[in-house]
Design a protein around this ligand. Structure first.
Ligand SMILES: [Zn+2]
Length: 286
């Protein structure tokens, strides 16, 4: 049985074979005076080879390190501050609870108002949120990370066009299982909001998952990130928008990953009330 060679012995082997390869045929047996000068040459060539090997190895190591760094970056879920926000500003929320955007309801029966535009802030990887929720989102992500967790924002603002693509893809997926167009559309609408009716159009909705479990499934609630957010999101002005016990009221399946910004005061009030946003808004109207 051949034992695995250590890295240094493998390297030595390689050098040995290179030396062997560099030797002219027939030089193994007799080394005469005449070979002295070529020997010097050989040493020089070998030294050059060694230098090349070392340079190559160093370059490889550097490349690997850069790759690792890129990978780290790619999986780093946290939006970096895009703006210079002083710590003083960061601590107090400047969002007025009277801002009408906070309670803007967007659902199947209440589409996004025609021509509505958000005030965009670009997060990393090109994701966008409305500036209204930016500071509180940053604070929430920072604190979640400080708790040793790895939250990952996997969806933020979506244009109506993007929603159209997602919706159509879902309809196709259901039709491939044998459903009719009407059946597929009905089923798709419960999973992917109909274009114009997704809360993601507001720039105030975010899908946040645990980096260790990135599936948008009910099991997401068991992750450490989800548990932390369930306990703390309201402190930063976010509510769990589609709770498990409110699927009838919201018309949307249970989504433990979907958070909606309503500002700190309202988030506290809504969370304590146990109502979903639809119920809360109609309680205000009624
Ligand atoms: Zn969502």
């Amino acid at each position: 049985m051949r034992l695995p060679l250590s890295r240094s012995s493998r390297k030595k082997d390689r050098e040995f074979y290179m030396m062997e390869a560099l030797r002219a045929p027939g030089t193994h047996a007799k080394v005469s005076q005449k070979t002295r000068r070529p020997k010097r040459k050989l040493i020089l060539i070998l030294a050059l080879c060694l230098l090349l090997i070392v340079t190559f190895a160093a370059a490889r190591l550097h490349a690997r390190r850069s790759e690792e760094k890129e990978e780290d970056y790619a999986f780093d879920p946290l939006p970096e501050s895009e703006t210079d926000v002083s710590s003083e500003e960061e601590e107090k929320s400047t969002v007025s609870p009277d801002d009408p955007r906070l309670l803007m309801l967007v659902n199947a029966s209440t589409p996004l108002p025609e021509g509505y535009e958000i005030d965009p802030v670009v997060l990393r990887y090109g994701m966008v949120v409305d500036r209204l929720c930016y500071d509180d989102l940053q604070a929430m992500m920072d604190d979640c990370r400080a708790a040793g967790l790895k939250p990952l924002i996997c969806s933020a603002y979506r244009t109506v066009e993007k929603q159209q693509e997602l919706y159509e893809a879902k309809v196709t997926e259901f039709m491939l299982t044998g459903l009719s167009l009407a059946e597929a559309e009905e089923k798709a609408a419960a999973v992917v909001a109909y274009p114009g009716t997704s809360e993601h159009h507001t720039g105030l909705a975010l899908d946040i998952v645990d980096e260790t479990y990135q599936l948008l499934e009910p099991e997401q609630e068991r992750t450490a990130v989800s548990r932390w957010l369930t306990a703390h999101a309201w402190e930063y002005g976010f509510i769990i928008r589609y709770p498990v016990e409110k699927t009838r009221e919201t018309g949307i399946i249970y989504e433990p990953w979907h958070y909606r910004y309503v500002g700190r005061e309202l988030a506290k009030e809504i969370t304590e009330s146990g109502l979903c946003l639809e119920e809360y808004c109609s309680s205000l109207a009624g």
